[in-house]
Write a protein that binds this ligand. Structure first.
Ligand code: PGA
Length: 249
């Protein structure tokens, strides 16, 4: 059975001190959630976050990772550096990585393969830009993003894949896809995966929605049958907002 997940992507926010403070504030109020709760702080705060959440049902994830096993790549982070400190989940393909750091589907395919080789779970982000939706090309764009980065995977690999559909026009803009738009795309994605990998894979993969999820729209979005949770940016930086989203399940 696929699981419900609420993941906070903290992006380039929060110092080490602030990371501990926010995690403690959230943990103090987090009852037994009806979903998996994930936080993705910036690299330098990952070890602190792992130590801070020890004993709680919280997963710490990285926001990115390099595709190589190691080597002369100044400023980069390898998979085994993450797993060694207890980080076994990584977000790959976020639209900000694609837009500002020129990450392509081919590069992301490499990153996904490296992560899976290290038994990491991948939260794979993808989604169309505004112009694609305006040109009614959004289903095509999403299909090709998935095809180019993920569809060479073997069936068994999908046990470690979580999908995060994030329409670029809804990220950090305050503009959210309507619950109907999210459901329409999530169903399209699930049917596509069923065609390529079969119903068992499609039924078991969690598909998160991301893009301006807030306490006041989370419940409706999460109530859609093919939406299995959210990847939360801005609203994950405030304990009360994030908790309200987690409690929307
Ligand atoms: P947002 O970001 O919630 O601030 O729109 C979502 C994301 O970038 O994952």
């Amino acid at each position: 059975m696929r699981k419900n997940i609420v993941a906070g992507n903290w992006k380039m926010h929060k110092t080490n001190t602030e990371t501990v403070a926010l995690l403690n504030e959230i943990m103090a109020q987090l009852k037994t959630p009806n979903c998996e709760v994930i936080f993705a702080p910036t690299f330098v705060n990952l070890k602190t976050a792992v130590d801070t959440v020890k004993g709680h049902h919280i997963t710490v994830a990285a926001q990115n990772m390099h595709q190589a096993e190691g080597g002369a790549f100044t400023g980069e982070i390898a998979a085994n550096m993450l797993t060694d400190i207890g980080v076994n989940t990584v977000i790959l393909g976020h639209s900000e990585r694609r837009a500002y750091f020129h990450e392509t589907d081919a590069l992301l395919e490499n990153k996904v393969n490296t992560a899976l080789k290290h038994n990491m779970r991948v939260i794979f982000c993808f989604g169309e830009e505004l112009k694609d939706r305006q040109n009614n090309n959004h289903f095509n764009v999403v299909e090709y993003q998935l095809r180019d980065a993920l569809f060479a995977l073997e069936k068994k690999d999908w046990a470690n894949i979580v999908l995060a559909y994030e329409p670029v026009w809804a990220i950090g803009t305050g503009e959210t896809a309507t619950p109907e738009q999210a459901q329409e795309m999530h169903l399209f994605i699930r049917e596509l995966i069923a065609k390529v990998y079969g119903n068992d894979v499609a039924d078991n993969v969690s598909i998160l929605y991301g893009g301006s999820v807030k306490p006041d729209n989370a419940k409706e979005i999460f109530s859609k049958p093919d939406v299995d949770g959210g990847l939360i940016g801005g609203a994950s930086l405030k304990a009360n907002d994030f908790l309200a989203i987690v409690n929307a399940f």
